[in-house]
Design a protein. Structure first.
Length: 326
């Protein structure tokens, strides 16, 4: 498809998940960018505490932990290791890694590798930086005020405007991302809403969490947020399989699509969510430096990692969408 023009949804899906696509490469996402999971084991420890809280809320000692968009299983590996310290010693956990790439060698045998979430999750479904990689169409408003699909050529990322946006996509734009005027762009998040609703529908009881860079209706980026990443650097988005293709998520639209009856969704920042789970960037007391110098150094390093996970203008600005059931 190198010389052909396609909408961004098809082009990105092929570039990311097709044969030889970016997410099927041996190094996986960690070879190109760092998520909260890679930034510090404190993130996995916080998810472990959330899993324990979920089990207590359900009144059970046996729960599912489903990681959607699991990469190479880093989060699940970290959570399983952190459970004893999080109060989960003795908690029976059925761990599922949901990922299209093949199972990595040497992964903890307790983790089941699958292409789709199990049909009935009783516990915690966690999707960290998954929805931003669910491909979407991109729309741009032309000089006459008409929203049109943006077409792209895979070989070099050249774009042009296509047909007017109609049907369900047009309805989504009207409700969730009204045009900022000629030249304005938007990622049509309907496929993400649908993907999240399908994932949430598998939760029979417990909690579903989506974590991503996000925006809400009154603060949409007027020119969209589609970009690329390669080897730790932001690059021009070209759908040729050589780079990640990502855009921020309209989490409020996802929340509406995946709502449980009687259980209103909660949207908060990662900073707020991790503070609730005991992760803060506060420095240890200086008295510890003389009483336990080695302990002080460890505590100081942990505080630095916590500060990175919760920093404003960085990882702390991620959105957390939390939806409970039962």
């Amino acid at each position: 498809m190198t010389d052909e023009w396609h909408g961004w949804q098809v082009a990105a899906a092929t570039a990311l998940y097709g044969d030889g696509g970016f997410y099927r490469s041996p190094e996986g996402p960690a070879g190109h960018f760092r998520t909260s999971v890679h930034a510090s084991p404190l993130f996995a420890s916080a998810v472990a505490r959330l899993l324990v809280e979920t089990a207590h809320g359900l009144g059970t000692g046996s729960v599912d932990l489903v990681d959607v968009g699991a990469g190479r299983g880093e989060l699940l590996t970290g959570v399983l290791a952190a459970l004893p310290a999080a109060g989960g010693d003795g908690l029976a956990v059925r761990a599922y890694a949901v990922e299209l790439a093949g199972r990595p060698p040497g992964l903890d045998p307790r983790i089941e590798w699958c292409a789709e979430p199990p049909p009935r999750t009783y516990g915690l479904l966690f999707a960290n930086e998954w929805l931003d990689n669910v491909p979407t169409e991109v729309a741009e408003t032309d000089p006459d005020g008409v929203d049109r699909y943006v077409l792209v050529r895979a070989q070099d990322g050249t774009e042009r405007l296509g047909e007017p946006v109609t049907g369900a996509d047009a309805e989504w734009l009207r409700r969730w991302w009204p045009s900022a005027g000629p030249g304005g762009r938007a990622e049509i998040g309907r496929p993400r809403d649908e993907a999240w609703a399908r994932a949430v529908s598998t939760v029979a009881g417990g909690l579903a969490v989506a974590v991503d860079y996000a925006h809400v209706l009154d603060a949409r980026p007027p020119f969209g947020s589609l970009t690329g990443f390669r080897a730790g650097r932001e690059v021009r988005p070209v759908p040729d399989g050589s780079c990640d293709l990502t855009s921020h998520v309209a989490l409020d639209a996802c929340a509406a699509a995946g709502s449980f009856a009687g259980a209103p969704p909660e949207l908060l920042s990662q900073r707020e969510a991790l503070h609730r789970l005991g992760v803060s960037g506060g420095r240890p007391p200086l008295a510890l430096a003389s009483a336990d110098p080695a302990g002080y150094v460890r505590a100081l390093a942990s505080a630095g990692e916590a500060a990175e996970l919760t920093a404003r203008g960085g990882l702390g600005d991620f959105g957390w969408l939390m939806q409970r059931r039962g």
